[in-house]
Design a protein around this ligand. Structure first.
Ligand SMILES: *Cc1c(COP(=O)(O)O)cnc(C)c1O
Length: 226
């Protein structure tokens, strides 16, 4: 069996006790693996690549909640807009506007998270604090009606130094609290803090994560560096 159901049950229990949502990251893994977790009751799955997500969505039960956790190009929003549950990696106003437009075409309101750059690595996508504040301000000014900004997402440094990782999560949580104060709508939809992966989710939860994205711990290591 490809799925580590024992690890799944352990992690799931641990997270349920703290009311943290588990997104099972199934990128590069076959639909059979997803079905296996689906059959044990899991519904939240995360994917990084648009084409792969579209193919899997077509092949699998329609009550799966699909999270797009990769870097999304504006010209590809249209492919996932009809069904996506939550887009985690929004890091530009251009992308936010495009999601709003495509959601409108589909008569939907799409939930998104803004991605903040918290790691030391240069290669990771995401906003800095100033850019984050600007996007939130613009979002409020433009009155986009088909997109809801529901929180923040971040990836910590790829490092064994868990204290470093902890301080990055703590910083993201601080930005999350500050940002939440800026939303004038009541009740505020700004409630999700997506942080934590296989190697660092425990630290993330300790620092206030409400949603973790876990792949290799559940599905085994991936073949490529994807
Ligand atoms: C791949 C990926 C994950 C899951 O990583 P694991 O280390 O396998 O748990 C989480 N978040 C994002 C954005 C990813 O790309």
């Amino acid at each position: 069996m490809a799925v580590n159901t024992e690890a799944y049950q352990t992690v799931k229990q641990e997270l349920d006790a703290k009311q943290v949502t588990l997104v099972a990251v199934s990128k590069t893994k076959p639909v059979e693996d997803i079905v296996e977790l689906y059959d044990s009751g899991h519904r939240d799955f995360g994917e990084n690549y648009v084409q792969e997500l579209v193919d899997k969505q077509a092949a699998l039960p329609k009550d799966i909640r699909w999270h797009f956790i990769g870097h999304l190009q504006s010209n590809k929003v249209k492919y996932i807009a009809p069904f996506v549950q939550l887009i985690h990696g929004v890091d530009s106003l251009k992308l936010l506007k495009e999601i709003n437009k495509e959601a409108g075409k589909n008569n939907r309101i799409i939930d998104v998270l803004l991605q903040v750059h918290i790691a030391q690595e240069e290669t990771k996508f995401g906003l800095n604090e100033e850019e984050l504040n600007l996007i939130i301000q613009e979002f409020e000014n433009l009155k986009m009606t088909n997109v809801r900004v529901c929180g923040l997402m971040g990836m910590a440094s790829f490092s064994d130094d868990l204290e470093k990782v902890r301080s990055e999560f703590r910083y993201l949580k601080m930005l999350f609290n500050k940002s939440a104060d800026k939303f004038t709508i009541h009740p505020s939809p700004f409630t999700i803090l997506s942080m934590g992966m296989s190697g660092d989710y425990k630290v993330a939860v300790e620092e206030g994560s409400t949603m973790v994205r876990i792949g290799s711990l559940l599905f085994g290591a991936r073949n490529s560096s994807k």
